[in-house]
Design a protein around this ligand. Structure first.
Ligand code: SAH
Length: 460
């Protein structure tokens, strides 16, 4: 199977730098299922074209037991050697890994620039036909030529098969083009030749960063990429939902931190949570939606037997790991702290059996159906003895000098509640799951509008 990429950027041979492959040196790479060859059919100042030829060994595949066909001959007679499928994606990451990561030491300024690129694939299996091909690539800015291929040009009466000849043209960053192809070729095929597990979610998030979350066909892409496996695509949707609205949670968290600095509300809040947890007598605690780990650090200092931070954002967990210096902790401290990557909106058995849980400034990030799902996971399934929940009191917003009227405190907040709304929610949750709820103000308790942060303490 063949992919060519060409550019008319000047000098066009810059393509060689971007790909880390010299135009004058053909190269061959071993793959688990065959070989990949890289060479340049054309390399002048005006036009440079690179070819990636992925040579699949179908007989070898059968011998290794990784071929799966519907009838015996299908193992030997199939489109695997010719049609650009997930084999091509594997070829891409093996051969162009550095380019896909968007790094280039020799020409750092080039990596970030959109240049005129044309990708051409003579045969792409496309379940969903030409219209899906357009639906996938046009929203990303490509002009698309998709030519349905006849099953056999010698027998035109047989009609067209499911393959198209594909040409994509755009001014894009090379790394983006490669990542788009990497994800979308197996999606078009609606198949993968290898077993998928949850490491595929991480690959999809990495390769889809910056475009997948906003793509109009997002749901189809995620479902097909993860081979229609619900236990994989639900967590993937949750991750995209949590990370899409704000490109970098870190900056927003910092903005929110700055806003609250005046009363060092954050400190008061974490201090109050800490005292409530301590008073509950808990030994093993969960911090659900732990973010970058400010509460975890306090709890570790306080000497709990086990502290578990849970978040849906990998970046936040990485920040937490740095803050807690996980890699240099002594063995006995290391055993007391765990970080789990898990969306609160899906039941997670690992959260069962703890004494207490804190959800500090988390619920307002969930829209109503997902809040209900998180409630079920925390109060219905995990069921710790004590649950501490904090959330902004929207009535107090009029007191923030730096907050324009009518605004919420954070761009990713789905809601901010009045004291009455929060109390009503907490009472219902208590009734549904057998918890009592009491309320504690956090921060200066304004006689008119109440405190900036409201806290509910649930006890089973
Ligand atoms: N508790 C921390 C962070 C609050 S910000 C603190 O007080 O500083 C909200 C956090 O909730 C973010 O880290 C976000 O990634 C996390 N979050 C949002 N939705 C989530 C979900 N469905 N599952 C798990 N974590 C979620």
């Amino acid at each position: 199977m063949l992919l060519t990429i060409s550019t008319t950027h000047r000098p066009a041979t810059d393509l060689g730098f971007l790909l880390h492959k010299h135009p004058e040196r053909p190269q061959t790479f071993g793959l688990p299922f065959g070989q990949a060859h890289v060479f340049y059919p054309e390399a002048s100042r005006e036009l440079c074209r690179v070819a990636l030829l992925v040579d699949v060994d179908p007989v070898g595949l059968v011998r290794r037991g990784s071929g799966a066909g519907s009838f015996a001959l299908a193992e030997y007679v199939n489109d695997r050697p010719y049609a650009a499928s997930s084999f091509m994606s594997v070829g891409l990451v093996n051969v162009f890994k550095t380019a896909m990561a968007g790094t280039c030491k020799e020409r750092p300024e080039l990596v970030g620039s959109a240049i005129p690129l044309e990708a051409s694939l003579p045969a792409v299996p496309a379940r969903g036909g030409e219209s899906l091909v357009r639906g996938l690539f046009e929203p990303l800015g490509y002009s698309v030529d998709a030519t349905p291929l006849q099953l056999d040009p010698q027998f035109p009466e047989w009609g067209e098969g499911r393959h198209v000849g594909l040409r994509l043209r755009a001014e894009v960053r090379l790394a983006d083009l490669l990542n788009h192809l990497y994800v979308l070729l197996p999606v078009l095929d609606d198949d993968k030749h290898y077993w998928v597990d949850d490491t595929e979610i991480e690959k999809l998030m990495r390769r889809g960063e910056g475009w997948l979350g906003q793509h109009p066909e997002r749901d189809l892409i995620v479902r097909r990429y993860l081979k229609h496996q619900a236990q994989l695509y639900h967590p993937a949707f949750a991750q995209l939902d949590e990370t899409a609205p704000t490109a970098d949670h870190g900056d927003d968290e910092e903005r929110e931190e700055a806003l609250e600095e005046r009363v060092s509300l954050r400190d008061q809040r974490l201090g109050t949570v800490e005292s409530v947890l301590e008073a509950s007598g808990a030994r093993r605690v969960l911090d659900l939606g732990c973010g970058s780990g400010a509460l975890l650090a306090r709890l570790m200092r306080a000497g709990y037997q086990e502290v578990v931070g849970v978040d849906v954002s990998v970046r936040s967990l990485e920040r937490a790991a740095r803050r807690l210096k996980l890699d240099t902790l002594s063995d006995d401290r290391r055993e007391r702290i765990k970080l789990l990557h898990s969306p609160l909106t899906y039941r997670d058995k690992r959260l069962v059996g703890y004494d207490a849980a804190a959800l500090v400034e988390v619920i307002e990030h969930l829209d109503p159906p997902r809040l209900a799902a998180a409630e079920q996971n925390v109060f219905g399934s995990a069921r710790p003895g004590t649950v501490v929940v904090t959330t902004p009191n929207v009535e107090y917003n009029v007191r923030w000098e730096t907050l324009p009227a009518g605004n919420l405190r954070h761009p990713d907040h789905r809601f901010e509640w009045t004291r009455e709304e929060f109390a009503a929610w907490a009472q219902q949750v208590g009734t549904r799951h057998g918890y009592s709820a009491r309320f504690i103000p956090v921060g200066p308790d304004d006689p008119e509008v109440g405190p900036p942060t409201q806290m509910a303490v649930f006890e089973r």
